[in-house]
Ligand binder design. Structure first.
Ligand code: NDP
Length: 259
């Protein structure tokens, strides 16, 4: 038995059209998983699908804004119509802190926007997926994987980015609660905590020489992470290999937190 063969499985990846989400989608499709990539930008969705030509899993894309439950529910319905089932939901879409500012200057709008995407977005995607997964479990087919992309910001004190940190810490609590609640349906819930990873979100800060000079010596592996570094954990969490692993958080940071 190949523990990591995902042939016949179906996974949704929100924010799967770039960065970490695309790394996850490519790895899953490489193991035979059919994937549905959800993002707001149709051109980015198309380009992401094109980058996956030749992989063994089929690729579907959906224009979806995770802040809007109607948009998420429509994307879930379309994915179910296309593939007939959804076995995994990677709630990865997120926005960064943007221009950092002090807490006392934080605007109501910045706070709300951050929570709408990074936390409400996970709620919407997980709830749509869990409804389907628990229905299927009740019909005798118990299998589901909920995986959220959290951040080291959830466990570090991140000054001037407290709204981002708060959304990510909430995600860690969410997967612990869901891991307990949904275990009886065969559905696991876990979160991935990336360290410093190259993507559109971090391109600005990583172009700053002072930042690189400060951070790089604190990363034992002496490099920033790549989206492809998330393929292994995604395949593990999607596969049978992780059947007994739930309500947990996985730090993928090149050793940064340990140093
Ligand atoms: P990117 O900016 O490359 O990717 C973000 C993705 O989210 C894009 O695909 C974007 O697609 C999508 N997205 C954003 N808002 C929405 C929305 N409202 N609805 C649907 N999709 C949306 O960043 P990363 O790959 O770096 O980030 C992925 C996740 O990893 C995020 O949750 C981030 O917080 C987390 N993370 C990243 C770290 C890093 O160092 N890069 C470190 C720790 C955590 P589109 O614009 O088309 O909607």
């Amino acid at each position: 038995m190949n523990l990591f063969d995902l042939t016949g499985r179906v996974a949704v990846i929100t924010g799967g059209n770039g960065g970490i989400g695309l790394g996850i989608a490519q790895a899953l499709a490489g193991q035979g998983c059919n994937v549905s990539i959800w993002g707001r930008n149709a051109d980015k969705n198309k380009a992401a699908a094109a980058s996956m030509a030749g992989l063994s899993g089929k690729v579907d894309t959906r224009v979806c804004d995770v802040t809007d439950p109607a948009s998420v529910n429509a994307a879930m319905k379309a994915t179910l119509d296309m593939f007939g089932r959804v076995d995994g939901c990677f709630a990865n879409a997120g926005i960064g802190g943007g221009g950092r500012r002090s807490f006392i200057e934080r605007t109501e709008e910045e706070w709300r926007t951050m929570f709408a995407t990074n936390l409400d977005g996970v709620f919407h995607a997980f709830q749509a997926a869990a409804r389907h997964m628990t229905e299927r479990a009740n019909a005798g087919d118990p299998f589901g994987r909920l995986v959220a992309t959290s951040s080291l910001a959830s466990i570090f004190g991140t000054a001037r980015n407290e709204h981002y940190a708060a959304t990510k810490a909430a995600i860690n609590a969410l997967v612990r609660a869901l891991g307990v609640e949904l275990a009886r349906h065969g559905v696991t819930a876990n979160a991935i905590l990336p360290g410093w990873i190259k993507s559109d979100m971090t391109a600005g800060i990583m172009a700053n020489e002072k930042f690189v000079a400060n951070v790089m010596p604190r990363i034992p592996m002496r490099r920033f992470g790549e989206a492809s570094d998330f393929g292994g954990i995604a395949v593990y969490l999607m596969s049978k290999a992780s059947s007994y692993h739930t309500a947990d958080t996985f730090v993928i940071d090149g050793g940064y937190t340990a140093f």
